[in-house]
Design a protein around this ligand. Structure first.
Ligand code: SF4
Ligand code: SF4
Length: 114
């Protein structure tokens, strides 16, 4: 199952601290904020989807910060494709109930007008 395979890749990354992906990541260069590296994004995905942490506005925003350049996958010794994992989990967010989705959008919107 796709989820299990991607979850395994996330675990593999979280047990590795190589961070080779960080130096090549366009999102790290573009967004000067914490949690931008591919590994940090995977950690957030893990916390949200597999460790039952609440989805916060800040977190949702971060997992959408990916240029889909796939440089991380080329730099990673395991070939972990962070953009693929991010896209998959974004789609999971979309497939949540409409009520939850609207709640998230409202949360994001509120953050933009602050
Ligand atoms: S695909 Fe996304 S996470 Fe990977 S290097 Fe490019 S911007 Fe960074
Ligand atoms: S290079 Fe690969 S294993 Fe290393 S931190 Fe990045 S995604 Fe994880």
């Amino acid at each position: 199952m796709e989820t299990d395979k991607l979850k395994e890749e996330i675990y593999l990354c979280l047990n590795t601290r190589c961070n080779y992906c960080r130096d090549v990541c366009g999102a790290v260069k573009r967004y000067k904020m914490d949690f931008n590296s591919p590994r940090e994004k995977l950690e957030l995905i893990y916390e949200i989807f597999y460790n039952n942490k609440n989805i916060e506005k800040k977190v949702i925003d971060i997992i959408y910060r990916c240029l889909a350049c796939k440089k991380c996958a080329k730099a990673c010794p395991y070939g972990i494709d962070t953009s693929k994992i991010l896209w998959y989990h974004r789609n999971l967010i979309k497939s949540y109930s409409i009520r939850r989705y609207i709640f998230m959008i409202a949360y994001l919107f509120r953050s933009f007008i602050k």
